[in-house]
Design a protein around this ligand. Structure first.
Ligand code: SF4
Length: 224
């Protein structure tokens, strides 16, 4: 925007950063880029059952000039790669890329000369979505994680440096947990912590027994 370069760092800039990122994530229009079967799942999120309009994203743009997010849905052939790059280049900044499905991310089962082995060979990818095909809920989850990433994006180089020095990263929490009622989330977290503790204790016990056995072997059965 240019404004952020002139503002002093601190509370004001941090708040401007939040505001700018919020406007960016709440006005994200995807570019139409369905290439194979994954595109059917992508189209499904536009329907009433999944309702991508909840996030202001129902307008899949037919022109890259009015799109912020490229959802690469399906395998990218070598023939299609330059077209994909051209569309990406025509999208205005800031822009994001979501690689949908194993084919777009890695070439998937199409390990041959005709298919690009990962769309990150052609454009920078912000979010990878596994699955063949990923379900519409998974696409929504990936989009919400991308929103979380956008909310944490530094607004200028100085803010980026500060965030890097503080070791700030965006935690990739599953949407089912991030947006669950607080009680349920807390309960799940507590259960997970307990399970991890139990696992740790079990591992300690096993290690302890293994150590005793080893010592017995070394000391000839005395176990000291
Ligand atoms: S990941 Fe599966 S569903 Fe998606 S394009 Fe490849 S083969 Fe089709």
């Amino acid at each position: 925007m240019g404004l952020e370069e002139k503002l002093p760092n601190g509370i004001l800039l941090a708040n401007v950063e939040k505001l700018v990122n919020w406007t960016r994530k709440t006005s994200m229009w995807p570019a139409t880029f369905g290439l194979a079967c994954c595109a059917i799942e992508m189209m499904t999120v536009g329907g009433s059952r999944y309702d991508i309009a909840r996030f202001g994203m129902e307008r899949f743009s037919a022109t890259p000039r009015q799109a912020d997010l490229m959802i690469v849905a399906g395998r990218v052939t070598n023939k299609m790669a330059p077209v994909l790059r051209q569309i990406y280049d025509q999208m205005p900044e800031p822009r994001w890329v979501l690689s949908m499905g194993v084919c777009a991310s890695t070439g998937g089962m199409f390990n041959n000369y005709a298919v690009v082995q990962g769309v990150d060979h052609v454009v920078p990818v912000d979010m990878y979505l596994p699955g063949c095909p990923p379900r519409p809920e998974m696409l929504l989850d990936a989009i919400l994680k991308l929103h979380a990433k956008i909310m944490d994006e530094p607004i200028n180089a100085k803010r980026a440096q500060i965030k890097a020095e503080n070791g700030e990263t965006t935690p990739m929490i599953p949407s089912s947990e991030r947006f669950a009622p607080t009680g349920r989330t807390a309960l799940k977290r507590a259960e997970r912590q307990q399970a991890a503790q139990r696992k740790e204790m079990g591992a300690d016990n096993e290690l302890g027994m293994a150590g005793v056995e080893q010592r017995k072997e070394i000391t000839g059965g005395e176990g000291r």
